[in-house]
Structure formats: C-alpha cells, structure tokens
Ligand binder design. Structure first.
Ligand code: FDA
Length: 311
C-alpha cells in the first residue's frame, strides 16, 4: 500500500518541470553529485568508465542510454544514432557487449514502423558485433506492442534480443510461457511504474508471489533468464529453486541496478553466481531517477543533503 502511494507520488513529481530544471542543474554537477549514485553520468565516456569499474569488481554490465517517449521521428533517429555510435565505442573499449533500450525512445509513440526500423538498424549492427540487446518494458499501455515488436524481430530471425516481463501484471505468467516456447531470453522484474488496478496487482505480496512463480517457470523451462531484483527474499527463492532442480549458475543470471545493494551484488558473485549491473547514463536521467526515489523514499534524504551541499 505504502509503496503504491509512494510510486504514485513520485510519478507525479516526475512530471514537474520546475523540479526537473532544479534537478538537472544540481544533480550531475560534480563527481559527487546526488544523481550519480544511480546514474553513471551524462556521456558515453562516463558510462564506459563506470562499466569498467563494474567489470573490475567481477560483475558484468548492460549499458542503457536514458531517454523515453521522444516527441518526433528526428529525436528517435538521434537516439538510434547515439546507440549505433555507442556500439562502436563499446567494441573499442573492449568491455562486455550488452545494451538495454526502450522502444518509446526509438519512436514507438510516433508510429510503430519508425520504431521497428530504428530497432532493426540497432539489431543489425549489434548482430555484427555479437551484442545482446535487451528491450526494457515500459508502462502497461506499451506491454502488448512491445511484445509484438519483439516477436516481429524474432520471426525475422534476430536472436540477439530479449524482453522484460513485470510480475505486477497478471498477464506476465502467460507471456513468460510464450517466451519459453519461443526460446527467448526474459528478464523478470517486479515493475517500476504506477499501474491501474484494472491491469496490475496493487498488493506487494501478490507482486512478490507472482515474481517467484514466474522466476521458477523461467529457471525450469526458459532460456538463460535474468532474475532482476534487489529483494533478498526473491533472490533466496530463485537460489532455492535452482539448487533443488539442479539448475547450475551458468544457466541464469541475477541483475541489479547501478548503485543499489552493491553489497548484495558482491555477495552473489562470491557465492558463484553471475550478476549483471544495469548501468544507465545520458542527459535524460530525470524520470529514471524519480522512479528510483519512488521505490525507496528514504533515498530522498541523500538528495536533499546533496542539493544543500552543492548550492
Ligand atoms: P523491492 O522494490 O521490493 O525492493 C527490495 C529491496 O531492494 C528494498 O528493501 C531495498 O533494500 C532495495 N531497493 C529496491 N529499490 C531500491 C532503490 N531505488 N534504492 C535503494 N534500495 C532499493 N522495471 C520495469 O518496469 N521495466 C524494466 O525494464 C526494468 N528493468 C530493470 C532492470 C534491472 C537490472 C533491475 C534490477 C530492475 C529493473 N526494473 C525494471 C525495476 C524493477 O521493476 C523494480 O522497480 C526495482 O528493481 C525495485 O524492485 P525490487 O525487485 O528490487 O524489490
């Protein structure tokens, strides 16, 4: 209940232009700025530096250029070009070849054909250099179309691409079965968006129970699933299921967000599991940042301290 209210509150704040201006002014100003706790920086160079640090600590990474719901085909084209040049930069840097992206950033809200064309441009280049591309899942108006676009790509023979399913949506259990049938790679998450009662569980216990159910299904019947959570109870359930059914750690991975529960990330690595860190970067960091605050309002304390210290 508290988490639902907090998500709603922070998603309202995320629409505030004043707050966005204030945050953009102070959030990334110095190396110790408050937004840097969750965001690697605004440039590809900063993201690559953060990725190197992650890898030096024994983890793997996926780089995400922040941005969503672009307003025009030319903005979608710009985002696509940045992704394309980023692929080259990652190859040159010699770091792991794994990226995450959002379809609304590639023009999904403008028209689907533009988005599919842009995604294909990225997947073609990604295939050439053996990248894996994860399509993040956005809020529920985009669930079906995101899965449809994914399946279009899959039918066209792309195999270096995977999806995300959110356990807060009751439909995700069926979607997971479908993805298992295809042999597609799924990242399972709880879901970061404030969703209406008509499509999503409102009760944390139900979201958690669904997470465990889908995780077990993916571990037993899926293709290299990613269990993406910072919740020790979810991680414990995944580990227990894997151990019970002889599913070895090379058949799945855990994933966590940059800057969250680094202790737990390290612990899992010490225990012999693969852990991939989602490293977001870019100028459009504000909505992502607000979702992280909404998940844990205690984080607001360090933001306020950060703003006061930097004024
Ligand atoms: P939960 O929110 O119950 O938190 C469990 C514990 O984790 C907390 O008690 C706290 O210790 C810690 N924690 C969680 N969030 C924190 C925060 N912001 N700051 C500090 N501590 C925190 N969502 C989505 O809708 N679409 C997507 O594509 C993705 N992609 C994605 C990739 C990866 C790698 C991860 C880890 C997560 C996502 N998410 C996502 C976000 C996901 O849906 C969810 O909102 C967050 O992971 C928080 O949920 P937890 O599973 O961590 O549990």
């Amino acid at each position: 209940m508290f988490q639902a209210v907090s998500k709603a509150f922070f998603s309202l704040l995320a629409d505030s232009n004043t707050l966005k201006t204030l945050a953009s002014r102070y959030g990334m100003r110095g190396p110790k700025s408050f937004a840097r706790r969750f965001i690697a920086g605004e440039t590809v160079d900063e993201a690559i530096a953060a990725a190197r640090e992650v890898e030096a600590a024994g983890l793997t990474q996926t780089l995400d250029l922040l941005g969503e719901s672009v307003a025009s085909a030319s903005e979608a084209d710009t985002a696509t070009r940045v992704y394309l040049s980023m692929l080259g930069r990652i190859v040159d840097a010699g770091i792991g070849r794994n990226i995450s992206l959002k379809l609304t950033q590639l023009g999904l809200t403008i028209d689907r054909a533009t988005c599919v064309d842009n995604l294909r441009r990225i997947l073609d280049e990604a295939t050439k250099h053996e990248f894996f591309v994860r399509i993040d899942m956005e809020d529920s108006p985009f669930t079906q179309v995101t899965l449809d676009v994914f399946e279009t790509m899959w039918q066209q023979g792309y195999r270096n691409v995977g999806v995300v399913l959110q356990s807060c949506l009751p439909r995700s259990l069926d979607d997971a079965k479908r993805m298992n049938e295809l042999g597609a790679r799924v990242r399972i998450v709880k879901g970061a968006y404030k969703e209406p009662r008509s499509v999503a569980y409102q009760d944390k216990a139900q979201v958690d129970a669904a997470f465990v159910e889908i995780t077990k299904l993916l571990l037993s019947q899926g293709t290299y699933p990613a269990v993406a959570t910072h919740d020790p109870a979810m991680i414990g359930a995944a580990r227990a299921h894997a151990a019970q059914h002889g599913i070895t750690p090379d058949r799945f991975e855990f994933q966590m967000l940059y800057g969250i529960r680094r202790d737990l990330q390290q612990q899992l690595v010490r225990d012999g599991f693969g852990v991939r860190v989602y490293v977001p970067f870019g100028r459009e960091w504000f909505p992502y940042f607000m979702r992280r605050l909404g998940e844990r309002p205690a984080n607001i304390g360090f933001v306020i301290r950060g703003i006061l210290a930097e004024r």
